[in-house]
Design a protein around this ligand. Structure first.
Ligand code: AR6
Length: 166
Protein backbone atom coordinates (compact mmCIF):
# COMPACT_ATOMS: atom_id res chain seq x y z
CA UNK A 1 0.00 0.00 0.00
CA UNK A 2 1.56 3.20 -1.16
CA UNK A 3 0.55 6.86 -1.52
CA UNK A 4 2.79 9.26 -3.41
CA UNK A 5 2.53 13.00 -4.02
CA UNK A 6 4.28 14.28 -7.14
CA UNK A 7 4.35 17.31 -9.41
CA UNK A 8 3.61 16.44 -13.00
CA UNK A 9 1.29 16.12 -15.97
CA UNK A 10 -1.11 13.24 -15.36
CA UNK A 11 -1.35 12.46 -19.09
CA UNK A 12 2.24 11.16 -19.00
CA UNK A 13 1.69 8.67 -16.18
CA UNK A 14 2.15 4.95 -16.81
CA UNK A 15 -0.29 3.63 -14.25
CA UNK A 16 -3.21 1.24 -14.75
CA UNK A 17 -5.70 4.13 -14.65
CA UNK A 18 -5.49 7.89 -14.55
CA UNK A 19 -8.49 9.71 -13.11
CA UNK A 20 -10.13 12.54 -15.01
CA UNK A 21 -11.79 15.49 -13.25
CA UNK A 22 -14.64 15.66 -15.73
CA UNK A 23 -18.05 17.34 -15.83
CA UNK A 24 -21.46 15.68 -15.91
CA UNK A 25 -21.59 15.53 -19.70
CA UNK A 26 -18.32 13.53 -19.94
CA UNK A 27 -17.85 15.26 -23.29
CA UNK A 28 -14.60 17.04 -22.45
CA UNK A 29 -13.74 20.51 -21.26
CA UNK A 30 -10.75 22.55 -20.10
CA UNK A 31 -8.13 21.85 -17.44
CA UNK A 32 -7.08 18.27 -16.86
CA UNK A 33 -10.14 17.02 -18.79
CA UNK A 34 -9.03 18.85 -21.93
CA UNK A 35 -5.46 17.64 -21.53
CA UNK A 36 -6.58 14.01 -21.16
CA UNK A 37 -8.84 14.17 -24.23
CA UNK A 38 -6.09 15.78 -26.31
CA UNK A 39 -3.53 13.18 -25.28
CA UNK A 40 -5.89 10.19 -25.64
CA UNK A 41 -7.16 11.20 -29.09
CA UNK A 42 -10.68 11.32 -30.59
CA UNK A 43 -11.50 7.70 -29.76
CA UNK A 44 -11.87 8.71 -26.12
CA UNK A 45 -14.64 11.21 -26.90
CA UNK A 46 -16.36 8.58 -28.99
CA UNK A 47 -16.44 6.13 -26.08
CA UNK A 48 -17.50 8.89 -23.65
CA UNK A 49 -20.46 9.83 -25.85
CA UNK A 50 -21.91 6.37 -25.30
CA UNK A 51 -21.77 6.69 -21.48
CA UNK A 52 -24.68 9.17 -21.17
CA UNK A 53 -22.90 11.44 -18.72
CA UNK A 54 -22.10 10.87 -15.07
CA UNK A 55 -23.56 12.20 -11.80
CA UNK A 56 -21.50 14.28 -9.40
CA UNK A 57 -19.50 12.02 -7.09
CA UNK A 58 -19.86 9.00 -9.39
CA UNK A 59 -17.26 7.45 -11.71
CA UNK A 60 -17.17 5.71 -15.10
CA UNK A 61 -14.30 3.93 -16.86
CA UNK A 62 -13.05 4.00 -20.45
CA UNK A 63 -9.97 2.89 -22.29
CA UNK A 64 -6.96 5.19 -22.43
CA UNK A 65 -6.35 4.95 -26.19
CA UNK A 66 -3.17 6.93 -26.98
CA UNK A 67 -2.37 7.56 -23.31
CA UNK A 68 0.33 5.52 -21.58
CA UNK A 69 -2.32 4.36 -19.10
CA UNK A 70 -4.66 1.63 -20.40
CA UNK A 71 -7.70 3.10 -18.60
CA UNK A 72 -9.20 6.46 -17.71
CA UNK A 73 -11.63 6.71 -14.80
CA UNK A 74 -13.85 9.75 -15.27
CA UNK A 75 -15.30 11.24 -12.13
CA UNK A 76 -17.29 14.43 -11.62
CA UNK A 77 -16.32 16.60 -8.69
CA UNK A 78 -18.70 19.05 -7.04
CA UNK A 79 -18.73 22.74 -7.95
CA UNK A 80 -17.88 24.66 -4.76
CA UNK A 81 -20.90 26.65 -3.56
CA UNK A 82 -19.67 27.79 -0.18
CA UNK A 83 -19.69 24.37 1.47
CA UNK A 84 -23.45 24.15 2.04
CA UNK A 85 -24.30 21.74 -0.78
CA UNK A 86 -22.62 18.55 0.52
CA UNK A 87 -19.49 19.39 -1.49
CA UNK A 88 -17.18 17.58 0.96
CA UNK A 89 -19.22 14.36 0.85
CA UNK A 90 -19.46 14.52 -2.94
CA UNK A 91 -15.71 15.05 -3.31
CA UNK A 92 -14.99 12.09 -1.01
CA UNK A 93 -17.42 10.04 -3.14
CA UNK A 94 -15.30 10.83 -6.24
CA UNK A 95 -12.21 9.30 -4.66
CA UNK A 96 -14.12 6.37 -3.14
CA UNK A 97 -16.07 5.47 -6.28
CA UNK A 98 -13.01 5.81 -8.54
CA UNK A 99 -11.07 3.39 -6.34
CA UNK A 100 -14.01 0.96 -6.14
CA UNK A 101 -14.25 0.96 -9.94
CA UNK A 102 -10.51 0.29 -10.25
CA UNK A 103 -10.83 -2.53 -7.72
CA UNK A 104 -13.68 -4.09 -9.74
CA UNK A 105 -11.45 -4.04 -12.82
CA UNK A 106 -8.59 -5.53 -10.79
CA UNK A 107 -6.32 -2.55 -11.41
CA UNK A 108 -3.34 -2.00 -9.13
CA UNK A 109 -2.10 1.55 -9.67
CA UNK A 110 -3.91 4.85 -10.15
CA UNK A 111 -3.08 8.54 -10.49
CA UNK A 112 -5.47 11.28 -9.31
CA UNK A 113 -5.49 15.00 -10.15
CA UNK A 114 -6.68 17.49 -7.51
CA UNK A 115 -10.36 17.04 -8.37
CA UNK A 116 -12.59 20.16 -8.18
CA UNK A 117 -9.76 22.52 -7.20
CA UNK A 118 -9.48 24.25 -10.59
CA UNK A 119 -12.52 25.43 -12.54
CA UNK A 120 -14.84 24.03 -9.82
CA UNK A 121 -13.14 26.21 -7.14
CA UNK A 122 -13.14 23.81 -4.20
CA UNK A 123 -10.75 25.28 -1.56
CA UNK A 124 -7.43 23.57 -2.06
CA UNK A 125 -6.54 22.80 1.57
CA UNK A 126 -9.92 21.24 2.30
CA UNK A 127 -9.82 19.26 -0.95
CA UNK A 128 -6.31 17.94 -0.25
CA UNK A 129 -7.42 16.77 3.21
CA UNK A 130 -10.45 14.97 1.79
CA UNK A 131 -8.34 13.38 -0.96
CA UNK A 132 -5.69 12.02 1.40
CA UNK A 133 -8.13 10.88 4.11
CA UNK A 134 -10.46 9.12 1.69
CA UNK A 135 -7.70 7.43 -0.28
CA UNK A 136 -5.91 6.28 2.90
CA UNK A 137 -9.14 4.80 4.24
CA UNK A 138 -10.00 3.09 0.92
CA UNK A 139 -6.56 1.54 0.51
CA UNK A 140 -7.16 -0.35 3.76
CA UNK A 141 -10.37 -1.80 2.33
CA UNK A 142 -9.39 -2.91 -1.17
CA UNK A 143 -7.30 -5.87 -2.26
CA UNK A 144 -6.08 -5.13 -5.80
CA UNK A 145 -5.48 -1.39 -5.79
CA UNK A 146 -2.22 -0.83 -3.95
CA UNK A 147 -0.57 2.29 -5.32
CA UNK A 148 -2.04 5.79 -5.62
CA UNK A 149 -0.23 8.84 -6.92
CA UNK A 150 -1.56 12.35 -6.36
CA UNK A 151 -0.36 14.26 -9.40
CA UNK A 152 -0.10 17.96 -8.65
CA UNK A 153 0.06 20.31 -11.61
CA UNK A 154 1.59 23.20 -9.69
CA UNK A 155 3.66 23.87 -6.61
CA UNK A 156 0.76 25.34 -4.65
CA UNK A 157 -1.16 22.07 -4.97
CA UNK A 158 1.94 20.02 -4.11
CA UNK A 159 2.48 22.08 -0.93
CA UNK A 160 -1.17 21.68 0.10
CA UNK A 161 -0.96 17.87 -0.14
CA UNK A 162 2.34 17.79 1.71
CA UNK A 163 0.97 19.88 4.54
CA UNK A 164 -1.85 17.39 5.06
CA UNK A 165 0.53 14.45 4.86
CA UNK A 166 3.16 15.97 7.20
N1 AR6 B 1 -2.16 16.98 -15.04
C1 AR6 B 1 -2.48 17.06 -13.73
N2 AR6 B 1 -3.26 18.02 -13.19
C2 AR6 B 1 -3.75 18.95 -14.04
C3 AR6 B 1 -3.48 18.94 -15.44
C4 AR6 B 1 -2.64 17.90 -15.94
N3 AR6 B 1 -2.35 17.80 -17.23
N4 AR6 B 1 -4.11 20.02 -16.00
C5 AR6 B 1 -4.73 20.68 -15.00
N5 AR6 B 1 -4.52 20.04 -13.83
P1 AR6 B 1 -9.63 21.34 -13.36
P2 AR6 B 1 -12.08 20.77 -11.79
C6 AR6 B 1 -4.96 20.39 -12.46
O1 AR6 B 1 -10.09 22.72 -13.63
O2 AR6 B 1 -11.78 21.89 -10.85
C7 AR6 B 1 -13.04 21.06 -16.87
O3 AR6 B 1 -13.40 22.00 -17.84
C8 AR6 B 1 -5.40 21.81 -12.19
O4 AR6 B 1 -4.26 22.65 -12.05
O5 AR6 B 1 -9.03 20.57 -14.47
O6 AR6 B 1 -12.52 19.46 -11.23
C9 AR6 B 1 -14.02 19.91 -16.79
O7 AR6 B 1 -14.57 19.58 -18.04
C10 AR6 B 1 -6.13 21.62 -10.87
O8 AR6 B 1 -5.18 21.51 -9.80
O9 AR6 B 1 -10.85 20.43 -12.79
C11 AR6 B 1 -15.06 20.42 -15.84
O10 AR6 B 1 -16.02 21.22 -16.48
C12 AR6 B 1 -6.80 20.25 -11.05
O11 AR6 B 1 -6.13 19.64 -12.16
C13 AR6 B 1 -14.26 21.27 -14.88
O12 AR6 B 1 -13.11 21.70 -15.59
C14 AR6 B 1 -8.28 20.29 -11.32
O13 AR6 B 1 -8.60 21.43 -12.14
C15 AR6 B 1 -13.80 20.47 -13.70
O14 AR6 B 1 -13.19 21.34 -12.77
Amino acid sequence: MQIKIEIGDITTYEVDAIVNAANRTLLGGGGVDGAIHRAAGPELLKECKALNGCDTGEAKITQGYRLPSPYVIHTVGPIWKGGYQSEAVLLANCYRNSILLAEQKELRSMAFPAISTGAFQFPLDKAAGIAIDTVSEMLKQVKKVEKIIFVCFDDKTYQAYHQINA
